[in-house]
Design a protein around this ligand. Structure first.
Ligand SMILES: Cc1cc2nc3c(=O)[nH]c(=O)nc-3n(C[C@H](O)[C@H](O)[C@H](O)COP(=O)(O)OP(=O)(O)OC[C@H]3O[C@@H](n4cnc5c(N)ncnc54)[C@H](O)[C@@H]3O)c2cc1C
Length: 477
């Protein structure tokens, strides 16, 4: 029996305490939390782990400094503390990152004195343990720190700290941890339907073999992010907004600190990423297909226009863009205000006995969302469980393997490792989510050809299957 068959047998043979639907950051954190408390936990994901929003974020662990301007102190404090927790439990995926937020005399939305006050409050809200101390910069110091930034009208800047992460790796390492604590984890396994006859009987379709099977569970957790509204008896109401990111050569925009760029009261970022710079993001209401969210020409033009306005000598254009990604924010519905005004808070609902929806929030707060969800399940179901320790135990017990903030070197050992230890089934699983090579490599297609050869050796693919995988990857790209 191969590893998938073993996992399927475990999922079908026993009655689970908690079955999680959705292998994004929320689902993976719930599975880890439940397994660490000694509950029998399983997780099914319709595509690859982190296929959804959790591989398409800005990759920041942040308290959300802009929410201070909206007076959401509680939300900022919660996320700020979580940022430091992630730095503690997963240092390989949480590097302190300084941000320079410059203000201009003509910009009424962001006043320097407000930012100066804001960053000090921001440090305090981390319990005085922010990832670095904030500072105030005059105009000359600002330009020294961020060469090339527009000088005209510059009032000064603040410099504050958040964290830089790797969203998809955070999901995968959380799942490795969950599996290490006994959870049964299966990708390419889609929830189809569920009935309750004392226990939940959940029908799941194996995306590799097409076979359908039943999993019995005392409780089901709907952690399907943007898909959460449509699943079973879900009570979630979402407002989906799209955000895109562009990747350019670092030499075209050589920032060493992250730079906050503004458009009215919106903020965008230029984020250093090894030899690349990430630019983003947008925030527009979305009503298209959930499985195929794309960056369009308008998105690219908008992000480049804002970047060029802040770096007038950069003259970035569409040919500078190496890659892009686009994702959907699963925000708790509110028709009031623009997309950027909607709360990033989360919601846990229990519409039917044993069925739990958990939605909203952000990457930074997912560990806490999971803790609160499992607390409520344990209390409501009268389950015997240990106390939550996900904030104390390191995410990985041993070496990070090929996991980190930057893509690993392109080599056979890494590819073999992902196939044997990290559930890689398709070429894009490795190119996009295990490694980010798809976003980082200038000639990602050539890398993909090499990876197909290595995956073929490892997974026993013939030439036709290798070609099929290349086509699948290119269609996705
Ligand atoms: C542009 C953008 C930038 C962001 N930047 C940041 C940031 O810098 N920092 C931060 O903290 N947060 C950020 N966020 C927010 C954060 O990324 C999301 O809140 C988080 O990733 C949502 O995770 P999730 O697990 O709820 O959803 P997802 O990651 O979408 O996971 C849901 C999963 O459920 C699966 N699924 C759906 N239906 C089924 C089914 N029937 N059966 C099985 N599986 C199913 C999907 O395939 C998917 O993988 C950003 C979001 C966006 C869009």
């Amino acid at each position: 029996m191969n590893a998938r068959a073993i996992t399927k047998a475990r999922l079908t043979d026993e009655t689970l305490d908690v079955l999680v639907i959705g292998g994004g950051i929320v689902g993976s954190c719930v599975a880890r939390d439940a397994a660490m408390r000694g509950l029998r936990a399983g997780l099914v994901e319709q595509r690859d782990f982190a296929f959804g929003t959790s591989s398409r974020s800005s990759r920041l662990l942040h308290g959300g400094i802009r929410y201070l301007a909206q007076g959401k102190i509680g939300l900022v404090r919660e996320a700020s503390l979580e940022k430091t927790v992630l730095h503690h439990i997963a240092p390989h995926l949480a590097a302190p990152l300084p941000f320079v937020f410059a203000t201009y005399r003509e910009n009424r939305a962001w006043k320097l004195w407000q930012l100066m006050f804001g960053v000090k409050l921001y440090d305090l809200l981390c319990g005085g343990r922010n990832l670095g101390h904030s500072a105030w910069l005059d105009a000359a110091e600002t330009l020294q720190t961020v060469p090339g930034l527009r000088a005209e009208g510059l009032a000064g800047a603040v410099r504050y700290f958040d964290g830089f992460t790797n969203d998809a790796r955070l999901v995968l390492d959380t799942l490795r941890s969950a599996a290490g604590h006994g959870a049964s984890i299966l990708n390419y396994a889609r929830y189809r339907r569920a009935d309750r006859e004392g226990l939940w009987r959940v029908e799941v379709e194996d995306g590799v073999t097409g076979e359908r099977f039943i999993i019995a569970a005392k409780t089901v957790v709907n952690a399907t992010g943007p898909w959460a509204e449509g699943l079973g008896p879900s009570a979630v109401k979402l407002r989906l907004t799209k955000g895109v990111h562009l990747v350019v050569e670092r030499s075209r925009l050589p920032v060493t600190d992250a730079v906050v760029m503004t458009d009215g009261n919106r903020v965008l970022f230029a984020i250093p990423w090894g030899e690349r710079t990430i630019l983003g993001t947008t925030d527009t209401d979305y009503a298209g297909p959930l499985e195929d969210v794309r960056t369009d020409g308008e998105d690219v033009a908008y992000v480049l226009a804002i970047t060029n306005a802040h770096f007038p000598n950069a003259h970035l254009n569409a040919t500078d863009v190496i890659s892009t990604w686009a994702g959907l924010r699963p925000l708790i519905a509110s028709s009031k205000g623009g997309p950027s005004d909607i709360s990033r808070s989360h919601q846990i609902r229990n519409p039917e006995p044993g069925w739990w929806d958990v939605a909203g929030g952000k990457l930074t707060t997912c560990r806490l969302m999971a803790e609160q969800t499992v607390d409520r399940i344990v209390a409501a179901e009268g389950m015997k469980a240990m106390l939550c320790e996900t904030d104390l135990q390191p995410l990985l017990a041993g070496e990070p393997g090929f996991s980190g903030l930057l893509p690993p070197e392109v080599r056979r050992e890494a590819v073999t490792y992902f196939c044997e230890n990290e559930w890689a089934v398709h070429l894009d699983d490795i190119m996009v989510r295990r490694t980010s090579w798809h976003y980082y490599q200038r000639d990602a297609r050539a890398t993909a050809r090499q990876v197909v050869r290595w995956m073929s050796e490892c997974l026993g693919w013939d030439a036709a299957k290798g070609e099929e995988e290349m086509e699948r990857y290119q269609a996705m790209a």
